[in-house]
Design a protein around this ligand. Structure first.
Ligand SMILES: Cc1cc2nc3c(=O)[nH]c(=O)nc-3n(C[C@H](O)[C@H](O)[C@H](O)COP(=O)(O)O)c2cc1C
Length: 294
């Protein structure tokens, strides 16, 4: 089945799937595997020294001939990058290196990133901003973001105490925003992927779900520990929905769908196969899933 959405139109990827940004883990080899599997691999820029970044992007282009993007996380304290004192000028330097290497899709995240969005647009490239609250999504749309990734409270990563669920985010965003929305938070199987598209998302951002794959640079012991997570325990619930401003120390509920360490391309294939099987079981017999008319 062909998957056509407002986001795949921009990204030119086979599937409406976007890799999450990851401090320490969002490296070129992992991102290239994601792109090669049909999604949009994302290189998290701050994992590299500025002086090394150009070489890494050139290496990325050897690892994949498929589209990929670059993330610039406007750092909240405690997120885990070593480069904690980075200035706006430094972010713009990273951006310039990526632009010079031909990158044309950028994801920004965490704090306000208009200063980056403006430069991205000057060069005719695309700017997707990721945020946790609807009011931040609305203001990013106002200042020109091309798409918004809205993170539900099911997600791992840096949390805001006033986050809503992925369901509330997506169904409301479809009514409140005019630009495409990318779903993030707790998605890790075909049903969740398809459900997010049905709720109004134009693509899905995969974080936790891909971190226990073979290609993920997460430590092997950590992968095993994560795969043994009981997402229905009270302790886990307390840690995931901690309702404080700060990083989350557990994988998101998307870990519940992962059984063992498998190649990333199999995980993505499984998600797509399951979604296609569900569509078929509902009597959807078309060769193309297409959201462009809505
Ligand atoms: C280990 C880890 C590191 C992360 N690092 C970042 C980061 O540096 N920048 C960022 O914007 N988001 C970061 N995130 C959040 C993800 O990009 C994404 O929003 C989140 O994982 C989506 O929810 P999910 O895990 O349920 O798929 C991180 C998440 C994890 C699990």
């Amino acid at each position: 089945m062909n998957w056509k959405t407002h986001i795949t139109k921009i990204t030119r990827t086979r599937y409406p799937l976007i890799m999450a940004a990851f401090a320490r883990l969002g490296v070129i080899e992992f991102a290239a595997s994601f792109s090669n599997a049909g999604g949009l691999g994302i290189v998290t820029a701050l994992n590299y020294e500025l002086s090394n970044f150009k070489k890494k992007l050139q290496k990325m282009q050897e690892l994949t001939d498929k589209p990929f993007g670059v993330n610039l996380t406007v750092i909240p304290t405690g997120i885990g990058f070593s480069n904690a004192n980075i200035t706006n000028e430094d972010y713009l330097r990273y951006l310039e290196v990526a632009l010079n290497e031909g990158v044309n899709i950028f994801t920004t995240s965490a704090y306000q990133a208009t200063f980056l969005g403006e430069r991205i647009h000057e060069t005719g490239c695309y700017w997707f901003h990721k945020c946790a609250l609807m009011r931040h999504a609305l203001s990013a749309e106002k200042v020109g973001a091309d798409a918004i990734t809205l993170i539900g409270m099911e997600a791992a990563g840096f949390k805001n105490p006033y986050q809503h669920t992925t369901l509330v985010n997506l169904t409301m965003a479809k009514k409140l925003l005019n630009i495409p929305v990318i779903a993030a938070g707790g998605i890790g199987d075909g049903r969740g992927f398809l459900g997010a598209l049905a709720m109004g998302a134009e693509a899905v951002c995969l974080g936790t779900a891909i971190l226990t794959t073979e290609e993920s640079p997460l430590l092997p012991q950590m992968k095993e520990d994560w795969l043994n997570t009981d997402i229905f325990s009270e302790d886990y619930h307390r840690k995931l929905y901690h309702l404080t401003l700060g990083p989350t120390r557990v994988p998101s509920s998307a870990i519940g769908f992962q059984r063992k360490i498998i190649p990333l391309k199999n995980l993505i294939r499984n998600i797509i196969n399951e979604a296609e099987e569900i569509l078929n079981s509902w009597g959807f017999a078309k060769e193309e899933f297409n959201t462009l008319s809505k």
